[in-house]
Design a protein around this ligand. Structure first.
Ligand code: PMP
Length: 760
């Protein structure tokens, strides 16, 4: 038992009834209310009027009770929009009366009128409620601005200024947890307190002290003035924010809504806004530290464990965000550093950006920051990014960003000079590929890679023709549009050029062949195309992306490659979307088919967003291309790009991202399959690692595509803070290819969100 708890009074309800009768002249019934260090009873008299009888801890000084009573008087008289309990005086007119317990110990007793309401902890935190809370806190702080009381100048250990008092308890935490909490205490200790205005604050607007009206829309009152203290005014808001964020899917955005409403009532200074996240973090740190300490004294207290859990979850969640993220969100929410409005950005975009480009979502997003698997919009909202396979190792990975900026500050030239980054990168990249693939061309995009692959194949074979798969997309150049049915058969396309043969998409869900031998069956189309018109190359993604996240059936590439090679053609694996460990089981998706291509093309994830691409081929094909005409690429393979490429490979290895793709991918696949079991709209779920898709159909027999539904789901998921997109020739496939740091918890969030949207 902790010392304060030891001094908690232990009156019975009968004694409370006697106190109400003897000191207040009230005939009441009494029900105990929970309190850790004091004792409170809910009283009801014969007329139905309700009161709270508050019996203070024997350690509580009379002057602290006087502080509370005076503050209640100030708050009651101010325009806070809240309902404050009134002090009920004893028959002899005293606001506080000492009462003895059976054992002889004296306790100070007060009576307050009852205020109805529901705990903030037990209601849904809609935007209106968060705004109401911010407004209430701002009004309370404003009302107390001129209030002073000698007892408020005390050293209270819950005062955030004394956060370091929690430091000794760090030793009670497990290493991993200590590592999360210590920086929170470091940050608050480094604060410049003299920049923060001071006043007497409530100091404990926690989620059980905030009462909300029955409708859950408005804050009714803030109970328990037992932690009142004179300190930095902004601590009051920060403490409330620590609790507001508990259990929130997007805690920082929820806190920002409260802060913004507060700021309208009591404008925060720059220094106050900048201190908010540190102070809220300090409150969480103190809370878990004291809880660890209490648990040591009362290990059997399951309640302590339960109440502690959301705080730990929140600390873990917040630890994911880079420092400064929450501060930036709060600044913008309060109207500082205001970004341009989406409307203004759209106007200039429409005016000056080539119009052959669509923008995602009905209401476009203005994304201003990225971190790991999250994107943050200008309103401070975080989104779980389930589609960005470019930010492969996580948005803005610090190792990648550092590698780029350090090299950028040192040297950026081209591949006509020797450079250790270039040599190291060539070694590292080729080491990930099977033996014959040992010659690299470094370029700047997936399109450049495929464009060059086409030239290599043509130089090697002396032929023009290309076999491609229905709905394939290989890039944006002239030559690549010609081999991309997705484009030449799509809007604005001019149809299939004569030198191109299109083979059916090896789709085992909707296509012609759906049985165990479908890989071989579909490869027969490649074989007959190669026989009819021997090609320079067969271009094929190792899992089809634009075609709707289609996994190639077993044996497809092996049979197709055999046929193409028998006809003298070259086999190109487009790994622009699928490479670098996304497959989970293998580093390259083509490995899942048990083949070795003649040329592999890389892009998107290779530089985690830095524009890079690569073509890797055999010495024989490279020799055919070396006909005297130089291949020079101004930017390809420059020292900055190589430093970035190396950092990406390092991170994939050091953070075990391929293994994570396997684990999180399998877990998500199972979740999606369960979902398909409950929702007939999901006709098919397919996946290889963190490359997944699910196809929506209105009828599982006819497979009537549900494109409108797919688009609706994507938009509704965005409203829930989860980013997805659609693809496939019928626009009815929802694709999932997140940064590889996407974990099981993200998969749960995604599946739960989809379940909610599908249930309507
Ligand atoms: N190949 C595939 C399979 C792609 O998906 C893309 C881009 N979507 C490209 C090539 C072209 O890459 P980039 O846009 O980097 O030129």
């Amino acid at each position: 038992m902790t010392p304060v708890v030891q001094h908690a009074p232990a009156f019975t309800p009968e004694e409370a009834i006697r106190i109400a009768a003897g000191y207040y002249g009230l005939a009441v019934s009494a029900t105990p209310l929970p309190s850790e260090r004091d004792q409170n009873f809910r009283l009801r008299d014969t007329s139905g009027a309700q009161f709270v009888l508050k019996i203070a801890n024997s350690e509580e000084a009379l002057e602290i009770l006087d502080l509370q009573n005076k503050a209640l008087g100030v708050l009651g008289a101010a325009d806070t929009g809240l309902v404050w309990p009134r002090i009920v005086r004893t028959l002899s007119g005293n606001p506080v009366v000492p009462v003895g317990e059976a054992g002889g110990q004296a306790y100070f007793v007060r009576m307050l009128t009852w205020v109805d309401g529901v705990c903030f902890a037990n209601v849904q935190h809609r935007a209106a409620l968060l705004a109401s809370l911010g407004c209430a806190l701002g009004k309370v702080d404003r009302a107390l601005m001129g209030f002073s009381h000698p007892a408020a100048n005390r050293k209270l250990y819950w005062d955030l200024r004394h956060a370091s008092l929690a430091r000794p308890h760090l030793a009670l935490l497990a290493d991993r947890r200590r590592a999360q909490v210590e920086p929170l205490l470091d940050a608050v200790e480094a604060l410049n307190w003299s920049a923060l205005p001071q006043s007497v604050i409530h100091g404990d607007a926690n989620d059980y002290n905030i009462l909300v009206d029955e409708a859950g829309a408005q804050v009714a009152t803030i109970l328990d003035l037992g932690d009142m203290v004179r300190t930095a005014t902004v601590c009051n808001l920060a403490i409330a924010l620590a609790y507001v964020m508990l259990g929130e899917q997007d805690p920082i955005a929820a806190a920002a809504q409260v802060a913004a409403a507060y700021h309208r009532e009591r404008p925060l200074s720059d220094a106050e806004i900048d201190a908010l996240d540190t102070l809220a973090g300090a409150r969480l740190a103190m809370s878990v530290c004291y809880c660890a300490w209490q648990l040591r004294h009362a290990p059997e207290n399951e309640y302590l464990n339960i109440s502690n859990r959301p705080a730990w979850q929140l600390i873990e969640k917040l630890a994911v965000f880079p420092s400064g993220w929450a501060r930036d969100v709060f600044r913008r929410a309060c109207g500082l550093d205001a970004p341009p409005t989406p409307g203004a950005l759209l106007v200039s975009r429409r005016k000056h950006l080539g119009p052959s480009l669509s923008i995602s979502y009905r209401e476009p997003l203005h994304i201003i920051r990225g971190w790991r698997q999250y994107l943050c919009d200008s309103g401070g909202r975080a989104y779980l990014d389930c589609v960005n396979n470019v930010a492969h190792v996580g948005h803005c990975h610090p190792r990648v960003a550092r590698a780029a900026s350090e090299q950028m500050a040192l040297l950026n030239t081209n591949t006509r000079y020797l450079h250790e980054h270039l040599s190291a990168y060539l070694e590292r990249l080729t080491a990930t590929l099977p033996g014959p693939l040992s010659v690299v061309y470094l370029v700047c995009s997936g399109s450049e890679a495929n464009e060059l692959a086409l030239r290599l194949a043509r130089a090697h074979t002396g032929r023009e023709g290309v076999i491609v798969v229905e709905t394939a997309y290989h890039g944006n150049t002239n030559a690549l549009i010609d081999i991309s049915p997705y484009k030449f058969d799509g809007p604005g396309g001019r149809g299939r050029p004569a030198h191109v043969t299109v083979v059916p998409m090896p789709d085992v869900y909707r296509g012609r062949h759906r049985k165990a031998d479908s890989g071989a069956r579909y490869a027969e189309y490649v074989a007959s195309a190669a026989m009819a018109a021997p090609p320079a190359a067969f271009f094929c993604e190792s899992a089809l992306s634009c075609a709707g996240q289609v996994m190639l059936p077993a044996g497809y590439l092996r049979n197709a490659y055999d046929a193409v090679r028998a006809a003298g053609g070259v086999c190109v694996a487009d790994e622009v979307q699928t490479g670098f460990g996304r497959a989970g089981s293998h580093f390259w998706m083509f490995e899942t088919q048990g083949v070795v291509p003649d040329i592999v093309t890389l892009g998107k994830p290779i530089g985690n967003g830095h524009p890079m691409g690569a073509v890797i081929t055999t010495p024989e094909i490279a020799a055919s291309f070396a006909n005297g005409m130089e291949y020079f690429n101004t930017f390809g393979g420059n020292p900055v790009s190589c430093a970035v490429g190396l950092a990406v490979l390092d991170v994939i290895r050091d953070e075990g991202l391929q293994e994570n793709a396997r684990d999180a991918g399998e877990y998500l696949l199972k979740g999606l399959k369960d979902l398909a079991g409950r929702h007939p709209l999901i006709g098919d779920v397919r996946a290889q690692g963190l490359f997944l898709g699910f196809e929506l159909v209105r009828d599982r027999e006819t497979l009537e595509p549900a494109a409108d539904e797919a688009s609706e789901i994507v938009n509704r998921m965005k409203e829930r803070g989860i980013l997805l997109s659609t693809d496939g020739p019928l626009h009815n496939v929802i694709k999932i290819k997140p940064p590889l740091v996407f974990g099981r918890a993200d998969a749960d969030l995604l599946v739960d969100g989809l379940d909610g949207v599908l249930r309507g």
